[in-house]
Design a protein around this ligand. Structure first.
Ligand SMILES: [Zn+2]
Length: 180
C-alpha cells in the first residue's frame, strides 16, 4: 500500500520538486528531513498504531536545482528521456540498461548524445560495435533534453489525492497531465 501511493514533495520554498512513494515520504518525515503538509484518509496500520499516509511533504532544507546547466546527466534521466524503452528494438519489458552508441572502449563519450537506453539483449548483441557495423538502427537520435523536458508527471492516485495536489501544483503543470 505504501508503495502504490505517491506523495508530492515540495522544496523548502514550496516549489514542487517531484513525487515519491508514500513510504519514502514517511521515512523523510520520521527522519526529520521533511514535514508533512497534507495527508490522506488512507492509513497505514502497525500493530500498535495507525497513521495517515502523507500526500504532500516539504523538505526542510532547500534543494538547489541546477537550472543553468540544464538537466543532470544520469542513468535515471537517460531512462526518462528514452521513455524506459530500448532505443534499438523498442521493448520496455526487458531489464534495461544504458548503451554507449560508440563503445566506451573505442573512445565513445558518456554523454547525452552517445548514451541511450538499451535492453540487455540488444546491449549484449551490439557488444563492442557501433550500430552501423551490426546493422542496428536507433529509434531516434539522442539529444540533450532542455530543462523543461524533465517530466513532472502526476501519478495516478485516488481523487482525493489529486485534489490535494492541485492546491500545491501550478496550473500549467496540471494542464499537461490530462491522462490522469
Ligand atoms: Zn532491445
Amino acid at each position: 500500500m505504501l508503495d502504490s501511493f505517491k506523495s508530492l514533495v515540495l522544496n523548502y520554498s514550496y516549489e514542487p520538486l517531484q513525487f515519491c512513494s508514500a513510504r519514502h515520504a514517511l521515512i523523510m518525515v520520521f527522519g526529520g528531513r521533511a514535514e508533512e503538509l497534507d495527508n490522506s484518509d488512507y492509513c497505514v496500520r502497525t500493530p500498535s498504531s495507525s497513521f495517515a499516509i502523507p500526500t504532500v511533504i516539504r523538505v526542510l532544507k532547500m534543494v538547489h536545482r541546477n537550472r543553468k546547466n540544464g538537466i543532470a546527466f544520469s542513468k535515471k534521466n537517460i531512462l526518462r528521456r528514452d521513455n524506459y524503452t530500448c532505443q534499438y528494438c523498442g521493448t520496455s519489458n526487458h531489464p534495461l540498461t544504458v548503451d554507449h552508441i560508440m563503445p566506451k572502449s573505442r573512445g565513445g563519450k558518456t554523454n547525452w548524445t552517445n548514451v541511450v537506453v538499451a535492453c540487455k539483449s540488444c546491449n549484449l548483441k551490439k557488444g563492442n560495435r557501433t550500430p552501423l557495423e551490426i546493422d542496428m538502427k536507433l529509434k531516434r537520435k539522442p539529444i540533450k533534453p532542455d530543462y523543461q523536458f524533465v517530466p513532472f508527471i502526476i501519478p495516478p492516485g485516488p481523487d482525493s489525492h489529486l485534489e490535494t495536489w492541485q492546491k500545491y501544483l501550478p496550473k500549467n503543470m496540471l494542464a499537461k497531465s490530462s491522462s490522469f
